[in-house]
Design a protein around this ligand. Structure first.
Ligand code: SF4
Length: 80
């Protein structure tokens, strides 16, 4: 499972941090979230694998985002 953050779209509401505390870090100065241990695959687009024991939290985090800045793929198929 992979999670993707579109950091330009992020408006810093930080619901995702509340849902998956280990996966995100709030950058309150920038009003954006950082996806921990991610790589920037395109400008402003960050991705990482989701550890198996964090899959539920990651899905809740992605669903909680009010601006759909987060997406989750499993076996190449977008599930959130
Ligand atoms: S919930 Fe969405 S808008 Fe809010 S910090 Fe997370 S990614 Fe950004």
């Amino acid at each position: 499972m992979r999670i993707r953050l579109d950091r330009d779209t992020c408006i810093g509401m930080f619901q995702c941090v509340a849902e998956w505390d280990d996966g995100f870090e709030a950058d309150e100065d920038a009003g954006k979230v950082d996806l921990v241990e991610s790589e920037e695959i395109d400008p402003g687009i960050f991705e990482r694998d989701v550890p198996e024991d964090a899959e539920l939290d990651a899905k809740f985090a992605a669903r909680s985002c009010p601006v759909e800045a987060l997406a989750i793929r499993d076996d190449g198929e977008q599930i959130v």
